[in-house]
Design a protein around this ligand. Structure first.
Ligand code: GN1
Ligand code: MG
Length: 364
């Protein structure tokens, strides 16, 4: 993607606050996040390492200082624990400005921060190979295991309502009532899908209210492209994008990880009718996950895994569909209709997870 000249000037100015060599750095857009804007800054000299510069989406994260506070707490905890992983494991540290701050505010109100760039690594948007799927599960299991002793009360709730599925449904109902989008066969299909399957929604919140599941530190957004793999060995080496770390149910994370890594067509495909859940990949993810997570799992934690996968796919479909009806106010879009296309993919995936429900239960 190209960056405009004015933008480049601003980026150099902000980057220079974090680095002494950034005035002449190469700056380019990086990654495929739906919320923040990320740039890779590569200083010209040999002295300074490349780093990531991010413009935090403050419409979504209305208290960015809490996000930074959580990331600080989590990365310190991970640093202290990560030797126990016994293989390469990297932590995405926050970098400070030349005068010691963890962010920069520009006159336009934007909130900028810098993160260490983890080299010799790669990310993937789509998983097709069970070996890689196993590594995906290992990454999330390791992340949870490393944080399992961190008191969840010590983390702020940076995004109230995040993954509370009944709240997304209520918001959808409200938006759908006032929506001005023209009807189309796709919109109709989505609306019908929600109407037919809305009974899936309360399962995790009910289990939490009944005391069957408890809050722990979670990643919040462990979709497959937030996992780093070693460039050479292909082994998982860490989890990035820690903005949504907060107290939650590990089931949200497991569901999100399964829905994103067991969909061989990926979440941006236009061929939504072909989308399906691949149980071979699902089995590999769960093997990798449970190998590490078994240690801190309570018996009830196992019971909700199939429900979580179906629920988080449905919930994300609902979030994309609602955003489409509301005029694309939350998720970044590159073209009109993209959030509707994304919703179709997630709903179709939820339908396929439902069709594989007994198989998933058997795997667990
Ligand atoms: C957003 O920023 P990104 O792309 O990693 C979203 C997640 C969704 C994901 C779907 C804070 O994550 O919840 O699952 O898009 N993050 C937030 O691709 O809403
Ligand atoms: Mg994110």
């Amino acid at each position: 993607m190209t960056v405009s000249v004015q933008e480049i000037d601003l980026l150099h100015e902000v980057a220079a606050r974090f680095s002494r060599e950034a005035q002449r750095a190469d700056v380019r857009e990086y990654g495929s996040g739906n919320i923040n804007k990320t740039y890779l800054v590569t200083p010209e000299g040999e002295v300074e390492a490349p780093f990531l510069l991010q413009r935090l989406n403050t419409v979504v994260f209305q208290q960015p200082e809490l996000v930074m506070q959580n990331i600080g707490a989590i990365t310190r905890h991970l640093d202290a624990q990560c030797a126990s992983v016994g293989r390469r494991w990297e932590v995405p540290h926050v970098l400070l400005t030349n005068d010691g701050a963890d962010h920069v505010r520009t006159p336009d109100g934007a909130y900028w921060r810098a993160l260490r760039f983890i080299g010799r690594s790669r990310t993937v948007d789509v998983v097709r190979d069970p070996e890689l799927a196993r590594e995906v599960g290992f990454a999330l299991g390791t992340f949870h295991a490393l944080l399992s002793e961190h008191p969840p009360e010590g983390l702020a709730d940076t995004l109230p309502g995040f993954h509370i599925a009944p709240a997304y449904l209520a918001h959808y109902d409200e938006v759908a009532r006032g929506a001005v989008k023209p009807d189309s066969p796709e919109v109709d299909w989505c609306a019908r899908f929600v109407a037919e399957n809305r009974h899936w929604v309360p399962v995790l919140e009910q289990a939490r209210e009944q005391g069957l599941l408890r809050l722990r530190p979670i990643h919040g957004d462990p979709k497959v492209n937030n996992i780093l793999f070693d460039e050479t060995t292909g082994q998982a080496i860490g989890m990035v994008d820690l903005d949504t770390v907060k107290p939650g149910l590990v089931q949200y994370d497991i569901g999100d990880c399964l829905r994103s890594s067991c969909n061989p067509h990926g979440e941006e495909t236009d061929d939504w009718r072909a989308v399906h859940f691949d149980p071979v990949l699902g089995k590999a993810v769960l093997e990798g996950y449970l190998e590490v997570a078994r240690g801190f799992f309570a018996p009830a934690d196992f019971d909700y895994i199939p429900e979580s996968a179906r629920l988080i796919a449905f919930e994300l479909g609902l979030r994309f569909f609602t955003d489409h009806l509301a005029g694309d106010v939350y998720f970044k879009v590159a073209r009109p209709g993209q959030n509707l296309a994304r919703a179709l993919v997630q709903f179709r995936l939820a339908e396929s997870i439902d069709a594989h429900f007994d198989e998933l239960k058997a795997i667990v």
